[in-house]
Design a protein. Structure first.
Length: 215
């Protein structure tokens, strides 16, 4: 069986409206203005970033890139300044969650149900379906079923540099809305007994669901 590993960067999630490293700060400022009470700690993050401009006197850095900012905070954390880093992690999670789209139940009425199946998220859903070698059974939205192909010719794995939960949310959506004959899983722990209905997912920079963010 052939094996393929996909490596995903920020460009994978950006079309869904999630910020990338270069516009993260700008989008978070717009977000802050929508609810200054809920995001009351954001100004502390913005102030910390402004203070970091002193570091540019010692080495070249891009303070519009959120990963470089996180790296500087990581170094400060090693020196005992952990409070700012915790606030910054919460800030990252808030921004990502705010911009993560929700997936609503598809309309079962259109005759061209295939095109309307997942609306503007269609390509992402079919990407997940292909990773799991799912085949779709049924001829309309009311009786669709996903199941594992009888003879898999490929085995897939995913490495992502993103913190978001786009992949996890799409798989959860498929399993919660449609009938699935198999227990499809994104496996994040290496083991010797990976089931045929599971796909390895490695998140190199961490994930917002476990609040582990690595620069």
């Amino acid at each position: 069986m052939d094996k393929t590993v996909y490596i995903l960067g920020a460009g994978f999630s950006a079309p869904l409206g999630l910020p990338v490293m270069s516009n993260f700060l700008e989008m978070s400022k717009d977000m802050y203005l929508t609810n200054t009470i809920r995001y009351k700690d954001f100004p502390k993050v913005f102030e910390s970033i402004d203070k970091m401009h002193k570091t540019k006197s010692y080495y070249s850095t891009d303070l519009f890139n959120i990963e470089e900012i996180l790296s500087i905070l990581e170094m400060r954390d090693l020196c005992g300044y952990s409070k700012n880093r915790k606030i910054f992690i919460n800030y990252l999670i808030d921004v990502i969650e705010y911009h993560t789209p929700t997936f609503s139940r598809p309309n079962s009425q259109p005759a061209n149900w295939y095109d309307h199946m997942f609306s503007s998220f269609r390509d992402y859903f079919w990407f997940i379906a292909s990773m799991f070698s799912m085949q779709v059974i049924g001829n309309n939205m009311s009786n669709l079923m996903f199941e594992l192909q009888n003879q898999k010719s490929m085995s897939y794995g995913i490495i992502t540099l993103n913190y978001d939960l786009i992949l996890e949310n799409i798989l959860y959506y498929i399993k919660s809305i449609f009938n699935c004959r198999n227990n499809f899983l994104l496996e994040k722990t290496i083991n010797n007994s990976l089931s045929s209905s599971s796909v390895y997912l490695s998140k190199l920079h961490g994930s917002i669901d476990n609040r582990i963010i690595i620069p």
